[in-house]
Design a binder for this molecule. Structure first.
Ligand SMILES: [Zn+2]
Length: 320
């Protein structure tokens, strides 16, 4: 058994070829843990799915690397600015010789490091003009500060004169059922929850704060989507918006971090193509991505579009 396991890890392309065509749910049904199913599903899409860079894909598929190395390569490919760059990098790394640490060294030299910004408060003083104050810190703290201040300078003035109070703006904390299980088991420090203002909170922090401070808490089934909506403050008039935000706390377009609280609610099947304003036809999308989404499925694809597959909102590339 160990030998089979070792062989699969060492030459993973057969495994990925077999996984291709199966959904994440089907992979989980085979007994794979959720995180493994997600990674395997993603890797199978990358190496066997449709792409405009099929020559590079073929070259990369001939790799001698192990599964852990492929996972590593994907972490670096995710930082590429475009599909073209991502595929150039995958081919370069897949065809290079070396074990996982050696490939990591090579990847580091090819992909510029993202240095996390240092926490702190910085003030730029200008002799003859406005000054600039910038703060870098925990996302949940700064989301609260931003909610209290607003985007206008007057907000800062008010804050200093009259104190903060609690942020008026309510946001939605997304709690999936499996995350809730872990939080209740005391695993809260390990669980990261997303809020619809784009910030994150650990499960432990959520327990420290009261629900009413945040407005809403929504239970989301990891596969089926929103299952129930608990109202703690407001009328449910924006219920569909809340449900969409619960599933996508930020814009559903891949890589976009625009928070749901200030995003638009997009019709997956466009209104003028007969799409309903029903929960399953709605998705969070920032105004930019809403404007470039290929709304007409019969028109030549240009920038790709959002669809719902197996309950989740996913992006179909123009070549897909
Ligand atoms: Zn967006």
């Amino acid at each position: 058994m160990l030998q089979t396991y070792a062989a699969q890890l060492a030459s993973p392309m057969d495994l990925l070829g077999e996984a291709f065509g199966l959904s994440e749910t089907e992979l989980r049904a085979l007994g794979l843990p959720a995180s493994e199913a997600r990674e395997l599903f993603h890797l199978a899409q990358v190496y066997f799915g449709p792409t405009a860079f099929s020559a590079r894909q073929r070259a990369a598929r001939a790799t001698a690397h192990s599964l852990p190395t492929l996972k590593l390569i994907e972490r670096y490919a995710a930082r590429a600015g475009s599909q073209r760059e991502a595929w150039a990098l995958r081919e370069r790394l897949c065809t290079a010789a070396g074990d996982t640490p050696q490939i990591q060294t090579l990847a580091r030299s090819l992909v510029p490091a993202r240095r996390p910004p240092q926490r702190g408060v910085r003030l730029t003083r200008r002799r003859d003009g406005d000054w600039t104050l910038s703060i870098t810190g925990e996302s949940s703290l700064l989301a609260d500060v931003y909610a209290a201040v607003g985007s206008g300078v007057e907000g800062v003035d008010k804050l200093i004169r009259h104190g903060a109070g609690r942020a008026r703006v309510t946001t939605n904390v997304i709690v999936t059922l499996d995350a809730l299980d872990r939080i209740l088991d005391g695993d809260g420090e390990e669980v990261t929850l997303r809020m619809t203002n784009g910030a994150t909170l650990t499960g432990a922090q959520l327990l420290q704060r009261t629900l009413s401070e945040h407005g809403y808490a929504t239970l989301v089934h990891p596969v089926s989507g929103p299952v129930n909506l608990y109202r703690t403050q407001r009328l449910a008039s924006a219920k569909q918006r809340i449900m969409a935000s619960a599933q996508n706390p930020t814009c559903a377009w891949p890589g976009c971090n625009h928070p749901a609280d200030t995003a638009q609610i997009h019709h997956l099947r466009a209104w003028h193509h007969g799409g309903n304003t029903n929960a399953d036809n709605l998705a969070v999308c920032c105004s930019y991505h809403n404007s470039i989404n290929d709304d007409d499925p019969n028109a030549p694809p240009r920038r790709g579009r959002l669809v719902r597959q197996e309950g989740r909102v996913t992006w179909i590339p123009p070549w897909g």
